[in-house]
Design a protein around this ligand. Structure first.
Ligand code: TEU
Ligand code: CA
Length: 557
């Protein structure tokens, strides 16, 4: 129906520019490199490109530490390159969504340089400064990147808050002048014709007055401050003001990255009547295989828990708000290695995971290389890892006496560099003519774009087909979600329903063959029409079917 927003039927492709395509041989991906690959993205069929930050930055956190919101990072190119990217994308019907990082800036941002220079600076209250007590930080919060969330600055003998690295000081959103500057910057980029914003940890921007100490959880060196900065007291006020002052004037996509948001929170954030954001990135399904206090404490996948989580989110937002759908991004390990099987069933399980996700209700996000079934990586030495989160965690756990082999196991499973190895364009790499800023995954010789485009049975063509199906069939965008076999530990089986039809989505998350009875799905399978599958033939029996390892099959009734 034409009154519905365009982004409900869109598929978004996330580019991590540093690792996408290098055009000038310096080993760092760049904007001209992205422009040279727009035809590839048009062939995949995506509608929107979300760019991880391309602004001037010292790259302490690879661009999530912004030094100047109005300048393109020189390694990535120039503002002319950016304007050309917008034009070339527009010519192909592609929108460009930018990454809005406004919970914090770089400590090299002019505002922070001013702010720390003196207690009387006009910019002092752009950030969160507090006196310590007898040379201790103001509270016991830990940083997401290990260590204390406070850094003492000698010039004014005060501490500033940084939930992430010490080069990422948190902005003070209680300061109206700061908010005005942010809204002006957003308007600048929207007036250049971008298609919207992905908003970095946007539900962290409102902190509880007084910043009370957090609970120190078992095995943790610092207090957990998250109850005091996640979904804080003023978060809806700020998002409504941002909408009122800027976003409502544009027909754009906004997705809030919201660690710790629950379905209830998301109903408030994404209900269009509330005029806040269109959709959110939740983390609940990405924490299913984590221990209680940190992601490095890896647990095996509990599929029953994963299914329950998807059901909770699908039901909570159906006809109330809107879901984003993702397995991967630049912070998560690659899904085929995490919830699939990246050895003998790599292609089959990558396709299964794609079908399972893209048949849900919401806007799907494809992370660069996911469409190739790219896998996690294992570098021999910690020196080969570049991510500040990994390096800080490694150093802090070594200090605590944790065995290196245990630390490396956590890095292999959950490290963010798993997602940041360069895109594998050819069997020799094809990303750069120079030395890449981070090593390529050696399996580029078998997993690469050239191979994928030549092989009609590649993961690429499953993603292409899923995107086509979304354009063709309303049921994918609007149908209700119904979980079947909730307690089956291997099969994730669900239905999508509209008044006119119903689709049965059958996926097997295990390397065993599992029996499925049609009666348990309230269908007669033999009446079903195959919509998409990842095996080239199915044996549909009178009573049911044998669902093969990592098999995925969608039947329409
Ligand atoms: O990530 C927010 C965030 O919490 C992630 O860091 C995630 O929880 C963690 O990486 C899982 O290990 C956003 C950006 O996506 C991330 O790249 C940045 O490092 C972070 O914010 C700070 O800007
Ligand atoms: Ca380059």
């Amino acid at each position: 129906t034409n009154k519905e927003p365009w982004w409900k039927r869109s598929v978004v492709y996330q580019i991590y520019p540093r690792s996408f395509m290098d055009s000038n041989g310096d080993g760092i991906g760049d904007l001209p490199g992205i422009i040279s690959k727009l035809d590839y993205l048009q062939r995949l069929g995506v509608d929107v490109i979300w760019l991880s930050p391309v602004f001037d930055s010292p790259n302490d956190d690879n661009g999530y530490d912004i030094r100047d919101y109005r300048t393109i990072l020189d390694e990535f190119g120039t503002m002319e390159d950016f304007d050309r990217l917008i034009q070339e994308a527009d010519a192909r019907g592609l929108r460009i969504v930018m990454d809005l990082v406004v919970n914090h800036t770089s400590d090299e941002h002019a505002w922070f340089v001013e702010s720390k220079s003196s207690k009387d600076s006009k910019y002092r209250d752009y950030y969160i400064w507090k006196e310590g007590k007898n040379d201790q930080p103001p509270n016991n919060w830990g940083s997401v990147f290990s260590g204390s969330a406070w850094e003492k600055d000698e010039v004014t003998e005060s501490y500033y808050l940084h939930l992430f690295s010490k080069k990422q000081p948190d902005l003070n959103w209680e300061n109206k002048a700061l908010r005005d500057d942010i809204y002006e910057m957003m308007t600048y980029w929207l007036d250049k014709g971008i298609g919207g914003f992905r908003m970095d940890v946007i539900n962290f921007i409102s902190k509880v007055e007084g910043l009370p100490d957090g609970k120190v959880n078992p095995g943790q060196a610092y207090g957990d401050g998250s109850p005091y900065f996640i979904n804080g007291p003023k978060i809806h006020t700020h998002l409504k003001e941002m909408n009122e002052r800027v976003l409502q004037n544009y027909d754009v996509l906004t997705v809030g990255e919201m660690p710790g948001a629950t379905p209830k929170d998301a109903q408030l954030y994404t209900n269009p009547a509330n005029k806040e954001v269109n959709m959110v990135f939740t983390f609940e399904h990405m924490d299913i295989d984590s221990g209680p206090f940190e992601k490095w404490d890896v647990k095996p996948l509990d599929l029953v828990a994963l299914k329950q989580n998807f059901q909770k989110w699908q039901h909570a937002l159906h006809e109330v708000g809107w879901n984003s759908l993702y397995w991967n991004n630049h912070d998560q390990p690659r899904i085929v290695s995490r919830f699939g099987n990246d050895q003998e069933f790599r292609v089959t399980s990558a396709k299964m995971l794609a079908i399972c996700l893209h048949m849900l209700q919401g806007t799907p996000y494809i992370y660069q290389g996911e469409e190739l079934g790219m896998t996690n990586v294992k570098f021999d030495r910690i020196e080969d890892y570049k991510d500040i989160e990994t390096i800080n965690m490694y150093n802090s756990k070594i200090e605590q006496g944790v065995l290196e082999k245990d630390i490396m196991r956590g890095i292999y499973a959950k490290g963010r560099d798993n997602a940041r190895t360069p895109i594998q364009w050819t069997k020799d790499g094809g990303f750069t003519t120079g030395i890449p800023w981070i090593q390529m995954n050696p399996n580029t010789n078998e997993i690469n774009v050239d191979q994928a485009l030549d092989d009609k049975t590649s993961v690429f063509y499953t993603y292409q087909k899923l995107i086509e199906l979304r354009k063709e069939h309303d049921i994918i965008t609007y149908g209700s979600f119904h979980l079947l076999l909730p307690n089956n530990p291997s099969l994730f089986v669900y239905k999508r329903k509209t008044e006119k039809e119903e689709w049965l989505v059958i996926t097997n998350f295990s390397d065993n063959t599992e029996k499925l009875e049609w009666t348990s799905c309230e269908v007669d399978g033999l009446d079903g029409k195959v919509i998409i599958a990842n095996y080239d033939s199915q044996e549909l029996g009178e009573q049911g079917m044998n669902v093969r390892p990592y098999e995925a099959l969608v039947l329409a009734f």
